[in-house]
Design a protein around this ligand. Sequence first.
Ligand SMILES: Nc1ncnc2c1ncn2[C@@H]1O[C@H](COP(=O)(O)OP(=O)(O)OP(=O)(O)O)[C@@H](O)[C@H]1O
Length: 246
Amino acid sequence: MENANEKRQNVDIHKYLLVKGLCKPVLLQVLRGVAARESSRTMSQLSVQPIVISGPSGSGKSTLLNKLFKEFPGCFAFSVSHTTRNPRPGEVNGKDYHFVTKEDFLKLVEENGFLEHAQFSGNMYGTSKQSVNDISSSGQLCVLDVEINGVKSIKKSDLRPKPRFIFIKPPSMEELRRRLESRGTETEDSLKKRLDSSKEAMEYAETGAYDHVIVNNELEVAYEHLKGILIEDLHKIQGDKLKKGQ
Ligand SMILES: Nc1ncnc2c1ncn2[C@@H]1O[C@H](COP(=O)(O)OP(=O)(O)OP(=O)(O)O)[C@@H](O)[C@H]1O
């Protein structure tokens, strides 16, 4: 039986995939969903470093993250993005998004409150530092799945604890193309765009911008690499959850 947390997380993973599938190129790639729980935090729960995961489209970010979410249910929380767009039926303020006016959004931009923000289809979207901090201090691991510009802007930010930057690298450009083609989600045009922008992403990774580079050739090997990077945090989070009887 799924417990309430797992159920909620599965819903969020589903939402995440939906967002990834529908609006890939934008900031919406940032995972979003549940707000951080605030109560009764011990010192050992503080300061879970967020992870910033990036890599060319088709390199396998979603595949790897979803394996991780499944193996470690309840250990991840997702930042709630701000948006100026109107809520759709059923969307809940503070859960699906923080729905704000354009004025409030711009004020937060001025106050340097966003890790990154972007405009899409006439609306503004942003990931606030506060929403990520809330999760880190809740003792859960916040994952930000962003493109190269998001990585650059998060690097420039004063986010604390400092995130770990992880790059998912395809084994080769030929294999990347093969995987994107076999995923069956791309038109000839979008495939070209993704492959073009992947060159920039690969070059940026060559500059040593990431703490870890994971080559996703054999999925299991890449997964073990990713898990190895996070395992200490994940065990700590699981231990804290057990102590609290969650
Ligand atoms: N190690 C692997 N070996 C073979 N196929 C893989 C591997 N990793 C991922 N794939 C496949 O490659 C395709 C692209 O993977 P995925 O959708 O996870 O990439 P992504 O980096 O999340 O892409 P995007 O940024 O466009 O969302 C998928 O069809 C997935 O099943």
